[in-house]
Design a protein around this ligand. Structure first.
Ligand code: 4AD
Ligand code: MG
Length: 446
C-alpha cells in the first residue's frame, strides 16, 4: 500500500504508521551509521533517524551528504518519544527511504550569529528559521483571532481603497504618487471610508496595509504596516474602550491557547501574557501627566529626566509611554488627549473643547501605543471648521462632510497596529521581525 503524505503538525495521529513527509532539511547531526535529520515541512519540525541497515546503501550515503535546506521526500515510521524536541514535541521518524528533490547550494544562513542587516537582506530565506517562523505564525493567529472576534460580534469586513485623494492622519507622513498626471496618496488609514460604511452596515472593519512616510528610524515604525480598523455607529468612547479591551484580551488568550510551541520557541514569559485579563486600567491624559511628573521627581538619571519633560498639549513620545506602562501589568488606556495634538476628525469633550474624545492603548513591557481611536465629529459645521483650521483641502473632504448631513450619529472606531501588537505578544523588540517583508526607512528589499 502507498504510504500517506502527512503534515508534521498532524504527526500525533500517525504513531506506528509509515508515512511520507515532503519538506526540507533544517539541520543534520550524527556520525557513522546513525544520522539525525531535522526535517521541516512548514507546519512543524521532526527528527528523522537514518540508521544505515534500514535503508538502501546509496540512499543512506546520499542522505549523509545532504546540505542544509535541500528539498527531500522522506518515508518513515512514526515513533513516540517523550524526549524528542520537534514541533510538536514527542515524535520521531525512523527513516526507511529518502528521495532528494534538490541538493541545495551553500545556504547563507547558518546556525552561527548573523548581523541584522545581513538577515534583513536575506529576509526571503530568513523566514525559514525557527524564530521567524514562530513569529509569523503568531501573526497569522492574531489576524485570524481579530477577524473571528469581529465576526462573532456582527462586524462586516470592508475593503477600503489604497489610492486616496484625502489626508487621513496628517500631512507630514503622506506618500504622494502620480495618478495619470494627478497627485494621489497611499492610504494612511481606511477610517474615513468606514465612516461612510457604517451608515450602510452599522458595524464594519477594514484590515489591510497602510502607508506612512515616517522619517523616524525606531523599533516601532514601519512605512507600510497592517492596521485593523473597526468603526461602529452609535458607539461612544466608553463603548469603544470596552470593545478594545475585549478584542485585545481575546486575541492574547487565543495565542496562549493556539501558539504554545511558537511562544516557547520565542522564550516568551507566559505569566506576563496570562495577566492580560479584563478590565484594562483607564487614566485620563491629565492623570497621565501627573504620573509622569511623579516619575520624573523620583528619577536620578538626568538624561531620562529631561526626555520625560512634557507640557500639557504635547503628545507622548516613546519614553513617556514606556515609563507610564511600567506602572501596569496590563495594557492601559489613556483617554482625553488635547485636541491640538490629535487628528481633525475627533469629537471634542463635552464642555471641554480643548480636549478630544480620543484614546490610546499602551501595551506593557515598553511596547507603547498599539491602538489609537476616538469618537468622531458628528456635526458637519464643526467638521468643516476643523478641516479649515488644519488647512486641509476642503474639496477632497466633500463626501466626508456630507456623511454628517444624512442621518448623522455619534460613532467611534479605532486602529490597531498589527506589527506592534504581534511584537508585544511575541516579546520581540523590533516590529520589523513581525512582518514577512518589512518596509522601513531605508529598506524596501527584498
Ligand atoms: O494612531 P493612528 O495613527 O490612528 C489611525 O490611523 C486612525 N485612523 C485609526 C482609527 O481610528 N481607525 O494609528 C493606529 C495604530 C497605532 O496605535 C499603532 O499601533 C499603529 O497604528 N501605527 C504604526 N505601526 C507601525 N508603524 C507605524 N509607522 C505606525 N503608525 C501607526
Ligand atoms: Mg496614534
Amino acid at each position: 500500500m502507498m504510504s500517506q503524505t502527512v503534515r508534521i503538525q498532524n504527526i500525533a495521529q500517525h504513531v506506528g504508521q509509515t508515512i511520507i513527509i515532503k519538506g526540507w532539511l533544517y539541520a543534520k547531526t550524527g556520525k557513522g551509521r546513525l544520522q539525525f535529520l531535522q526535517i521541516r515541512d512548514g507546519s512543524g519540525i521532526v527528527q528523522g533517524v537514518m540508521f544505515k541497515p534500514n535503508l538502501p546503501k546509496e540512499v543512506f550515503d546520499a542522505g549523509k551528504r545532504l546540505s542544509q535546506e535541500s528539498s527531500i521526500i522522506v518515508t518513515g515510521t512514526v515513533k513516540e518519544d517523550k524526549r524528542a524536541k520537534g514541533i510538536p514535541k514527542g515524535y520521531e521518524l525512523d527513516i526507511t527511504d529518502l528521495k532528494i528533490v534538490q541538493v541545495a547550494e551553500d545556504y547563507p544562513i547558518t546556525p552561527k550569529e548573523h548581523g541584522i542587516e545581513f538577515l534583513m537582506d536575506n529576509r526571503h530565506l530568513w523566514i525559514r528559521s525557527r524564530k521567524q517562523w514562530a513569529i509569523l505564525r503568531v501573526r497569522a493567529v492574531v489576524m485570524q483571532s481579530l477577524r473571528q472576534w469581529l465576526h462573532e460580534h456582527g462586524y462586516l469586513e470592508m475593503s477600503t481603497p489604497i489610492f486616496t485623494p484625502s489626508v487621513g492622519e496628517g500631512t507630514t507622513t503622506l506618500f504622494k504618487t502620480d495618478y495619470f498626471g494627478e497627485p494621489i496618496y497611499l492610504a494612511q488609514t481606511g477610517q474615513l471610508y468606514n465612516e461612510a460604511n457604517i451608515f450602510s452596515f452599522g458595524k464594519v472593519y477594514c484590515f489591510g496595509p497602510t502607508f506612512r512616510a515616517e522619517k523616524s528610524k525606531t523599533r516601532r515604525h514601519m512605512t507600510e504596516f497592517w492596521m485593523l480598523e473597526p468603526e461602529t455607529a452609535y458607539q461612544d468612547l466608553d463603548g469603544l474602550m470596552e470593545m478594545i479591551e475585549q478584542i485585545v484580551s481575546y486575541t492574547v488568550a487565543q495565542c496562549l491557547e493556539r501558539c504554545q510551541d511558537e511562544l516557547e520557541i520565542l522564550e516568551r514569559d507566559l505569566t506576563k501574557l496570562k495577566q492580560i485579563t479584563l478590565p484594562f486600567p483607564r487614566i485620563s491624559y491629565d492623570e497621565a501627566l501627573e504620573k509622569l511628573a511623579d516619575i520624573r521627581n523620583n528619577i536620578q538619571d538626568h538624561e531620562l529626566k529631561k526626555l520625560l519633560e512634557i507640557e500639557w498639549g504635547s503628545d507622548f513620545g516613546s519614553p513617556h509611554e514606556t515609563e507610564l506602562t511600567k506602572l501596569y501589568d496590563k495594557p492601559v488606556f489613556v483617554y482625553g488627549y488635547p485636541s491640538q495634538c490629535t487628528a481633525f476628525y475627533m469629537e471634542p469633550w463635552d464642555d471641554r473643547p480643548e480636549v478630544s474624545k480620543s484614546i490610546d492603548l499602551l501595551a506593557p513591557e515598553g511596547y507603547g501605543e498599539i491602538v489609537g481611536g476616538s469618537e468622531r465629529i458628528s456635526d458637519p459645521e464643526l467638521l468643516l471648521e476643523r478641516i479649515r483650521h488644519d488647512n486641509l483641502p476642503e474639496e477632497a473632504f466633500k463626501w466626508y462632510i456630507e456623511l454628517r448631513k444624512f442621518g448623522s450619529v455619534p460613532h467611534s472606531g479605532f486602529g490597531l497596529g498589527l506589527g506592534r501588537t504581534v511584537a508585544w505578544i511575541c516579546g520581540v523588540r523590533h516590529v520589523r521581525e513581525t512582518n514577512p517583508y518589512p518596509r522601513t526607512l531605508g529598506r524596501v528589499y527584498p
